[in-house]
Design a protein around this ligand. Structure first.
Ligand code: NAG
Ligand code: NAG
Length: 411
């Protein structure tokens, strides 16, 4: 009897601790495009050396693929993923080097991601529609996670019921993640998915309450909202609406912004705590059709991205590391857009819209204020991870950490 008040107090304190734990943003989940190990010069990203474990609370190895005929998970680059650690011994040991990072920080979470844009949708549609293949998918995943010491798995099916998928995908995806959940609960594995951000994709591809129920985290890919497929220039991950498209033929473009999509996910039944808010460490580029017209909403050469970068090598995108390193050399003029939250920059021919330290700090603070579960970036290898452009390495990830803190200094 004497102990009762103590126990009551203890229970109250524990309840307080639990509720404060759920209202805090967990940190940043960092996707890693592991193929970047082979990039030229300063672009080469070595997961053992360049991942900052103070700035990433969760790291996600991208990507593995799937066999449409069996449902089995497969490596997309066996030389990189497997092996004893050197070219001579037959592989670079990518998986194990990655999960070994947990030895440096035991609180780190390591996941393996499957899919991505290039894997398309069709094989995932086929596998999820067949109970035998689904079983193989889940069993082969568990084997892989066990063998290489991952803590979790991330589904990047882009996207159910789109790009060659079919309407039954939406229900089959629910079944797939429910079955994954049941199996993962036996092992304590963490289950997440990367999802298309737009309200259009949320409606076409997902039953949001099921995702919120079965997944530990829903990573909203809140970027690539504008690109050279548009008729005019645009910042691709704007937090807020711009008035730049008002009174033009392109008003519909103004509806593509992060805040409205996040609220769309919440309104459709996503638990805020389950959401990981995605932020880009790269820009989308355009080719200007008139060098004297270089604001947001300026006319472009249709369908033509800006020049490819020296590391990422793809017309239409530039890593932040490429942009910052070549900004002065290539004569970019940079403009802060305080209405949308983001920057754009232009030369006489090219235009880029992207995030900088200030915009990412503001976005992180936004995620914190909405009590979302975590921040997320695509991807670690295009931050200035070597500190080539400024006094510190990882300026973008540092800015996100700052924005999540109780006293941000960068925004
Ligand atoms: C990555 O860094 C580790 C540790 O410094 C080094 O042993 C390894 O050779 C590097 N990997 C590549 C592909 O350069
Ligand atoms: C993994 O680590 C081994 C041993 O340090 C190294 O030789 C190899 O290059 C690393 N792999 C990658 C992809 O960096």
């Amino acid at each position: 009897m004497r102990y009762e008040p103590v126990i009551v107090l203890l229970v109250a304190v524990l309840a307080m601790l639990a509720s404060s734990a759920v209202s805090a943003v967990e940190g940043t989940a960092c996707y890693v495009g592991t193929w970047a190990y082979g990039r030229a010069g300063n672009g080469a990203f070595n997961t053992s050396e360049h991942l900052n474990l103070d700035l990433c609370s969760h790291i996600i190895y991208s990507f593995v693929g799937i066999r449409g005929d069996t449902g089995e998970v497969v490596s997309l680059d066996e030389r990189l993923d497997y092996g004893a650690g050197t070219e001579e011994t037959g592989g670079l040991r990518g998986f194990l080097n990655f999960t070994d990072l947990k030895k440096k920080n035991p609180n780190l979470r390591t996941s393996l991601a499957i899919g991505g844009w290039n894997e398309g949708s069709e094989k995932y549609s086929t596998v999820s529609n067949d109970p035998v293949k689904r079983r193989k998918f889940i069993e082969s995943t568990v084997s892989l996670l066990q063998e290489y010491n991952f803590d979790g798995f991330d589904l990047d099916w882009e996207y159910p019921n789109q790009r060659g998928g079919s309407p039954v995908d939406v229900e089959n995806f629910n079944t797939l993640i429910r079955e994954f959940r049941e199996e993962f609960d036996k092992h304590g594995y963490y289950l997440s998915a990367a999802v298309g951000a737009s309200s259009n994709t949320a409606d076409l591809s997902y039953h949001v309450p099921s995702l919120s129920k079965y997944l530990d985290r829903i990573f909203i890919m809140a970027y690539d909202l504008h690109g050279a497929w548009d008729p005019v220039t645009g910042i691709h991950a704007p937090l807020y609406r711009t008035s730049a498209y008002d009174n033009t033929a392109n008003q519909a473009l103004a509806g593509l912004y992060v805040d409205t999509f996040v609220r769309g996910w919440l309104n459709r039944g996503a638990d805020p705590e389950k959401i990981g808010l995605g932020m880009p460490t790269y820009g989308k580029t355009f080719r200007l059709s008139d060098p004297n017209n270089h604001g947001v909403g300026a006319p472009i050469v249709p369908g033509t991205g800006g020049s490819a970068g020296p590391y990422t090598g793809e017309s239409g995108t530039l890593g932040y590391n490429e942009y910052c390193e070549y900004k002065e050399k290539n004569g970019w003029t940079e403009v802060w857009d305080g209405e949308q939250i983001g920057i754009y920059a232009y030369t006489t021919t090219d235009w880029i819209g992207l995030d900088n330290q200030k915009s990412l700090c503001i976005k992180a603070k936004y995620a914190k204020d909405l009590k979302l579960g975590t921040a997320m970036i695509w991807a670690a290898e295009t931050d200035d991870f070597r500190g080539v452009c400024g006094p510190t390495s990882h300026p973008l990830l540092s800015a996100i950490k700052d924005g999540l803190s109780s006293n941000p200094t960068l925004c």
